[in-house]
Design a protein around this ligand. Sequence first.
Ligand code: ADP
Ligand code: MG
Length: 579
Amino acid sequence: MLKKFVQYYKPHKFLFGMDLLVAFSMAGIDLIFPMFSRSIVNDLIPNGDVRRIVIFSSIILLLYFLKIGFNYFVGFWGHILGSRIEFDMHNDLFSHMQKLEFSFFDNNKTGQLMNRLTGDLNEVTELAHHGPEDLFVSSVMLIGSFILLFQINWMLTLIVFFFVFLTIFFSIRMRRSMTRTFRNVRSKQADINAQLESSLSGIRLSKTFANEPYEIEKFYVANDAHLSSKRDSFKAIAVYTSGNNFFIDMMTLSSMVAGGLFVLKGLINYGDLLAFTLYISFFTKPIRSLIQLTQQLQSGMAGFERFLEVMAIEPTIKDADHAKPIEAMKGNIELRDVSFKYESTGEWVLKDFSLEIPKGKTVALVGPSGVGKTTITQLIPRFYDVASGQVLIDGHDIKDLTLTSLRSQIGIVQQDVFLFYGTIRDNIAYGRPGATDSEIMDAARKANIHNFIIGLEDGYGSMVGERGVKLSGGQKQRIAIARVFLKNPPILILDEATSALDNENELAIQNSIEILAKNRTTLIIAHRLSTIKNADEILVMTETGIAERGSHDRLLERDGLYNRLYHAQFKGYIPDTSK
Ligand code: ADP
Ligand code: MG
């Protein structure tokens, strides 16, 4: 893990090197001062050497001026270094997440993933900036002070060393419980974010059910768990710091007492004792910062570990080494003996399922919800891989094709339309980035939404999404259809595209959909049998598989499930006679 961490410094070698060099110089300047004090007390004052006192202090003054610049450099560029590393990690994590497949997002809540990008990495940045610098400077200070202490008086140094040893021993003992509590805090924080994300995106629903108190309660529980996880971690920190501070205090006290006795016995002189105590006072700073660093290391590494966890997930759905792009797909689709189950549930959704849609034809799937209709639509663009069997396009197993070439030739319209926060123009252009304005408008016209758009105050530049114009379900659906018109794929999948619309809207959109489906291989799923009447083949699915298949007329002739469904749907209603 540390190796992976160090990797992130590589592109910033120069800055990192400069940072350490400057920090090192700062430590050096600090180490000179006690030596200077010692020689003033021991030599210069007894000899009345005013000239050298002035020269020495001028040099020190000069060094202190230099230190202003050094401090600035470490404060500013050191943080820039940390932020650049954070920048790289952010980009890596985000691009990696973009590569991951549907099943990953089935298993991870959006809020938790967002937390990895923000919260977790924040702590890593702190560590990235302060970690190596503190470690380096503190080590230089400690080792430097030790060497100089030994020179002054080795017996006193041993006393000091005893307490340093105690401090280090204690720190290591406390390490494990601290890591555990920090990790717990981070995971509880992720839970809060997940809860927040879910509650806020569903806030309209909660209000509909007047369930705000229930949401507040759920949030309270997550928030409370976070609070108590913090309590545990603060407790661990408090024990740790108070213990360590005690050892440092003991070190100062004992060296003072022992030093005083040494002076009385004539073992050291006043100048030595002065330098000695000054060095010890230096000592406390690097020890404290090393202790702080171990804390930072715990939480930073816990964050980095969670970062690596996601980075380590290899997408299983990716281009095979031998994968070739499929150019100008004709659009023959075949599912051959396909069996499939979702990783998360492990229950078979499809067993030896076969289906063929010749190019340009339309096949409709009907059946109760939960039988696997949507699942079938997700296997064709290879959002999930089949457990056995094959999905073939123009006779090629889709596992032999590149994902980009496959997916760029399949258009999907679903019941829930997702619009990105952005302009209407951008949302339509999503179907084919780089499309010209006239192509976009053309697509909008075909989807029957152009007139509505130009009637808006900002036209195609109107913002949609949470803070933008409010669109009705039918309008959103038309934007989704315009997207697919623009994409112009040979294969079209309509998954209950109009099921959420009222009759009037459905009829209007039906028309655009028929134009869209023309000359494309189409797989359509719909509840309203009136919308699928014209399909070349209709598959009636039940939990046990395909119950019936055939054209509308053929199926009506039989006294089967389709016949019953069809008549049940129209009983008491005026059949759709618009066509
Ligand atoms: P339909 O579209 O016919 O209503 P689906 O294909 O959506 O049916 O679902 C088929 C079965 O697979 C259902 O039992 C459903 O609960 C399950 N399922 C659907 N999506 C997922 C998923 N992402 N993870 C786990 N199980 C799923
Ligand atoms: Mg479905």
